[in-house]
Design a protein around this ligand. Sequence first.
Ligand code: ADP
Length: 364
Amino acid sequence: MPKIDLRSRLFLSHLFVMGVGLASFILISKVYSPRQFVLQLERLEPMPFFNVRSVRTYLVEGFETTWNRSTFWSVLVGGTAAGALSYWVAQRITEPLTQMRCITQKFAAGNLDRRMAKSEIPELNQLSASFNRMADSIEGIEQRRRELVSDMTHELRTPLTVVRGYLEEMAEGRIEPSPEIYQQLARETRRLERLVNDLQELSKAETGYLTIDPQPLDAYPLLKSLVERFSEQLLEDGAVLKLDCPANLPPVLADRDRTEQILVNLIGNAMQYTPSGSIVVRAWRGADRIWFAIVDTGIGISPQDLPHIFERFWRAEPSRSRNSGGTGIGLAITRRLVELQGGKIKAKSQLGEGSEFRFYLPLA
Ligand code: ADP
């Protein structure tokens, strides 16, 4: 059946209701009224009339009675049919709206799994579809929020347990305080601090509260200054950091601070996981975008780990990178920052040979 939009449906149903009213009126006046009038006349026939005046009085009375009766039936039949039809049409149109009200009330009460059924009216169908999309997105956010809270408590517990353990043992005199223990305690507290900062950043990025101010941005000077800054931190016998980017690259449309944050995370990771060899920061022009890549010859990531690296709190070899201070949040934030600026990020890696993190940002 072809789908009729709401406006035509309302218009047609009004016409139809009016038609039913008129049809019953016409039918009654055409079929019922003349017969009634003939009956009235037949009743007059046996009466002896002497003048036009008395005939007229009877005829007018007969006409009035007929008119009143047919009007009464027209109003009754037409009104009932039109009223019942209007009620039916109104019911069909408001039914999905009532259903939506019920579902939103359930949503407010925390029951997020109800969805709107399809409607045969296109406008209401679109409304149902966008309502369902909104419901899916709210359910997703709620799910991520729950996961975040549970991951977060798990991550906070480890350093807290270490700190409490040392403090209790020192208080009971079971171990002697020493500079190493104090350093260990300071390390754990720094870890907690970093975790809290990263979490704040992640939650802002995930809930969309992070301010992104895209402006035309020249990538070359930014990459050059970052490479210079990071080169100072490299060890004599460690990896070398190189820049491979044309100076005349067209500007990207991106937030300067957020782009710097992305690059700092990726170059920082590459430096952490590349004991020797090279790290190359590359940028080149695509059709409607600028590509960036950070390529290292470091320890690499195994194929079974690769799909998880952008998940928050995920680290390859958790205990080792936890000790080295990694929170496993860096890449989750990085991906979100790239996506918030209209780009995408992906990673390629070979265990023992190196990794490449590649992302793009739109041209200004
Ligand atoms: P972390 O704070 O632990 O570095 P990230 O989210 O930045 O957290 O990275 C997640 C994990 O991905 C790291 O623990 C590490 O195992 C792996 N990883 C990230 N970058 C690289 C890289 N360049 N080389 C090898 N492994 C990497």
